[in-house]
Design a protein around this ligand. Structure first.
Ligand code: PMT
Length: 400
């Protein structure tokens, strides 16, 4: 389950840090990509050279890289990660995490991480038993973090008791089991349309729109990460799907997207129609380049394109789900609701061009999910990857 996963391995200053090298190797052997973030004290116990040789990436410790002045973005790292594993987690770092004391790269990354966080404490038995450590671990658990309990045995102090960091094999197993359980789309086949369509005017010109494909591709990656086989029908964009479970069908026009969607939908459990499809195409397409030298100004005559979502809505069988998007500029909810009903959708994702940071091209979006059952859930402005997570959470809640 760890193949292709992005793991942040946080290492704190404790003797168990020597085991982190072994844990790192286990993650790499399992096919994960690992970025090490180490506290300044951690570097006293294990060298960044060892860790970067094993991970194949420079180790991050400071907010800036001293020789270049380049900024290590804890926010980007937090979004990149599929999981963050802090092993060993010392009493000091656990205390900082519990109380939001963001004075090093590891804790700021933790505070920015959207992915599940696993904490493997390692300390002396009395430190582990201290009420403040117990309270901090309790808080971390309440925040939704996964605590990998330390084992009992001989400690670095030669005292015997609970506080030894769990063995790397067991930490790996805990993370792997988490991903196995989070495969809530395993065995499902999801169809996603994405990007713009291009409607040819002549061999060199087209009618298009500003869709970059970012929203649709984020949905495809989220569904694939959760175990689905994804068929992504994409208009012309400059990005590429990364996950191996995504099959991309590249199309150009709305008619081509319609043909591919109608052919693929019967094999799918759900379809998410995220593409910005041209409502009209050119009836009088020119077979040769339209020349400027013509005396008359050319007239482009339009005709209606097929409505792909509505076509799938009329084909939909029991057990299949159909999700649409609504991109609106006015009467947003009313228009979205009308589309939901007209196209026989199970829910519709409304995004408005009046919201800064939402809609075309941006890395972020702000959506409201309106269900055919009358439910309506508004979300804040978020990265499109997190918007995709909210949409897919809604989808999995409705799949039978
Ligand atoms: O690609 P990005 O730059 O990340 O931008 C994302 C997005 C803004 C394109 C996306 O979030 C979005 O809103 N997609 C739908 C855009 C749209 O065409 O909305 P609409 O309200 O015109 O269409 C309603 C629904 O019908 C959509 O699900 C659309 O895919 C579908 N449709 C529309 C026309 C048509 N002929 N066939 C369709 O299937």
């Amino acid at each position: 389950m760890l193949k292709g996963k992005h793991i942040i391995l946080g290492i704190c200053g404790g003797i168990a840090a020597y085991k982190s090298a072994y844990l790192l190797r286990l993650f790499i052997k399992a096919g994960a990509e690992v970025q090490v973030v180490i506290t300044p004290a951690g570097k006293e116990f294990i060298t960044p050279v060892t860790l970067s040789a094993l991970s194949g990436k420079p180790v991050i410790s400071e907010f800036f890289t001293a020789n270049t002045g380049s900024w290590n973005s804890h926010v980007d790292l937090g979004l990149w990660a599929d999981a963050m594993v802090i092993a060993p987690a010392t009493a000091s770092t656990i205390g900082k995490m519990a109380n939001g004391i963001a004075d090093n790269m590891l804790v700021t990354t933790y505070l920015s991480a959207k992915a599940p966080v696993f904490v493997a404490p390692a300390m002396d038995l009395d430190m582990f038993a201290h009420p403040s450590t117990r309270r901090n671990l309790q808080l971390l658990q309440e925040y939704g973090n996964h605590i990998i309990e330390p084992a009992s045995g001989e400690l670095a102090s030669h005292l015997v008791g609970k506080g030894r960091m769990e063995e790397p094999e067991n930490i790996l197993k805990a993370v792997d089991e988490y991903f196995t359980k989070s495969q809530d789309l395993a065995g499902r086949h999801i169809l996603i349309t994405s990007g713009p369509t291009y409607e040819k005017i002549d061999p060199v010109r087209f009618i298009g729109n500003y869709s970059s494909g970012k929203m649709g591709y984020a949905l495809a990656e989220e569904c694939a990460a959760r175990g689905a086989d994804v068929t992504l029908i994409s208009g012309p964009v400059s990005i590429k799907a990364k996950h191996a479970a995504i099959k991309t069908i590249n199309i150009e026009s709305a008619q081509e997207m319609y043909n591919a969607s109608v052919a693929e939908f019967p094999q799918c459990d759900a379809a998410i129609m995220c593409a910005a499809v041209a409502d009209y195409t050119v009836e009088n397409q020119a077979s040769h380049k339209i020349k400027r030298e013509y005396d008359e100004i050319p007239v482009i005559r339009l005709k209606k394109n097929p409505d792909i979502a509505a076509a799938l809505g009329s084909m939909k069988q029991d057990g299949q789900l159909l999700v649409g998007f609504a991109l609106e500029t006015d009467n947003e909810r009313e228009n979205a609701l009308a589309k939901l009903q007209r196209k026989n959708l199970d829910f519709i994702v409304l995004n408005s061009l009046n919201e800064p940071g939402a809609g075309f091209m941006t890395d972020t979006n702000k959506v409201t999910i309106i269900g055919s059952d009358g439910t309506c859930q508004e979300y804040g402005l978020k990265d499109k990857k997190l918007v995709a997570r909210d949409i897919v959470d809604t989808l999995t809640g409705k799949l039978s």
